[in-house]
Design a binder for this molecule. Structure first.
Ligand SMILES: Nc1ncnc2c1ncn2[C@@H]1O[C@H](COP(=O)(O)OP(=O)(O)OP(=O)(O)O)[C@@H](O)[C@H]1O
Length: 296
């Protein structure tokens, strides 16, 4: 597997505020990445730096081994779909799709035509007059039909209803299977995309909190529920990421895989082990960081 993006010591300051703080990571070819994190974590800023739309304050970015800034070779391989996409005044959807082939070398008109019908895009309506979900659908279609070797989706589906979001996930997976490419998806709907993601990068306050294969994360944490004294004995010495309790009962989330013997021991101690979803794990890790940060 080859590396398509490498960021080393990447930083971005806005005045005295540090939005991206010395982050390093790599993006491998033909995988689907989730760039996750709370509001203001720095996800959009990182995407803007990787796509050459903004200058870094420090560090290096290599996309196919080159800086993305004002680099037509790099940019012709990248599509960046964002919620806040601006279109020229008086542009209708049909104008956007007529212009798209000249921007994207791998553009699939066939896929675009299919998606325009499936997402019910009103082609003759001014973009300015379209609903928020319809504008999002235009972006999603551009991103999918571009078949760009590296596609960034920055929360692409604000306003899209559940049916359209599912359509997006389904078509993304189908087209990805036939035309593998690198996809970097930023989203808050972690449960919805959980099965789609192959790798997760979790950002918090401009830093990387987690950079891990999604498969390793699934089942990597468990919540232990039972009598407080038994739970306390079981989790002793483990990496505890969350504690809840009421009366004599506790619910404690621990990070790290459990062996079969440990699972048996838990059951024998009258404890229940509840798997932690990717979304719960992300929430736990992000809030853990906040409470530790506050305590400092
Ligand atoms: N041009 C700017 N000037 C000053 N601060 C900025 C600027 N752009 C972004 N920021 C700040 O940098 C931080 C990171 O913003 P960014 O948009 O990257 O977050 P995000 O992770 O994409 O958040 P969200 O999930 O809410 O979209 C935020 O605190 C934001 O207020």
């Amino acid at each position: 597997m080859s590396t398509v993006i490498e960021a080393r010591g990447l930083s971005k300051n806005f005045g005295s505020f540090t939005a991206v703080d010395n982050v390093s990571f790599t993006i491998e070819e033909n995988r689907i990445y989730g760039l996750l994190g709370r509001n203001g974590a720095g996800k959009t800023t990182i995407m803007q730096l990787l796509t050459g739309q903004d200058f870094a304050s420090g560090g290096d970015i290599a996309v196919y081994g080159q800086s993305p800034v004002e680099n037509p070779t790099v940019l012709s391989n990248v599509s960046f779909i964002k919620e806040s996409q601006k279109y020229p005044d008086n542009f209708k959807a049909k104008h956007v799709f007529a212009a798209a082939p000249s921007f994207f070398a791998n553009w699939s008109q066939e896929l675009a035509d299919q998606l325009i019908v499936e997402f019910r895009v009103p082609m003759g309506r001014d973009i300015k007059k379209m609903s928020r979900g319809q504008v999002s659908a235009v972006g999603v279609i551009l991103g999918l039909a571009s078949r760009a070797p590296i596609t960034f989706f920055d929360e692409p589906y604000l306003g899209l209803d559940a049916v359209s979001r599912q359509l997006f996930y389904d078509r993304l997976l189908e087209d990805f299977a036939e035309h593998p490419r690198t996809v970097i998806l930023s989203t808050h709907l972690i449960d919805e995309v959980s099965d789609l993601l192959e790798h997760v990068i979790l950002i918090d306050e401009g830093r990387i909190l987690l950079d891990s294969n999604a498969e390793d994360l699934r089942g990597s944490a468990s919540t232990v529920v039972g009598r407080s004294v038994d739970v306390a004995a079981f989790v002793d010495g483990r990496d505890v990421i969350h504690r809840d309790g009421i009366g004599g009962l506790s619910s404690v989330t621990i990070n790290g895989q459990l062996t079969q013997a440990e699972r048996v021991a838990a059951v024998e101690a009258g404890l229940e082990l509840v798997p932690v979803s990717l979304q719960q794990l992300i929430v736990r890790l992000s809030s853990l960081e906040t409470s530790e940060g506050t305590a400092k």
